[in-house]
Design a protein around this ligand. Sequence first.
Ligand SMILES: Cc1cc2nc3c(=O)[nH]c(=O)nc-3n(C[C@H](O)[C@H](O)[C@H](O)COP(=O)(O)O)c2cc1C
Length: 224
Amino acid sequence: MMEELQPAFIPYVGANFSLEESVQRAEDFAADLQKRRSVRDFSTQDVPKSIIESLIKAAAAAPSGANRQPYTFCAIASPKIKKKIREAAEKEEFINYNGRMDTQWLDDLKPLGTDWHKPFLETAPWLIVAFRKGYEIESDGKHQNYYVQESVGLACGFLLAAIHQAGLITLTHTPSPMAFLQKILKRPENEKPFLLLPVGYPAKDAQVPNLRKKRLEEVSVWYL
Ligand SMILES: Cc1cc2nc3c(=O)[nH]c(=O)nc-3n(C[C@H](O)[C@H](O)[C@H](O)COP(=O)(O)O)c2cc1C
């Protein structure tokens, strides 16, 4: 049962920008997000825990089905646990790259230059693992969640935007199957791994694949 607060409704406090400000801010935000890239070369430079806390707060501000916030974000700095995660991820990725992924998948991955080696899982100062909660375990039994996939996806989108705007980098990583994360992190049975996000600073000579993003006309249809 969701906690009932009093009063039940409160005034919405918006930003109240002028039209000119809104135009500029929308354009600036798009331009900034267009600079975001998935980076796979991490520096070992530390990131204070307080920044990671702020990033997770940003993620948890996302909308969710019936405001159930069906996720847990595990933040890992322990070298011992990062090593375990790297070893288990590389085991799965070795199988992925050597037969589990079909030819088309491997062809689509070629421009990214990826393989089964995942050193960044140890190099990055933090790993954030997002778990999706299919349901909640409450004192009186199971309580269902709604639109879990969408809700966790949105929270992770907020998280990625927050990481970028803090000047940090991440990689949306899915070394599937990811059941090993549930085991290593000792998460309960209602939590399933959703994304594995190394977070930190780029290595000095970090490079990213030279990719083209679809133009506005390719991703939108207008009904005026
Ligand atoms: C759901 C999802 C899963 C992904 N899984 C992986 C992954 O396991 N390994 C990897 O190197 N990149 C992974 N990526 C990153 C994509 O390859 C990357 O986002 C894409 O190439 C576009 O590059 P950009 O993020 O720099 O714009 C994943 C991205 C998404 C959204």
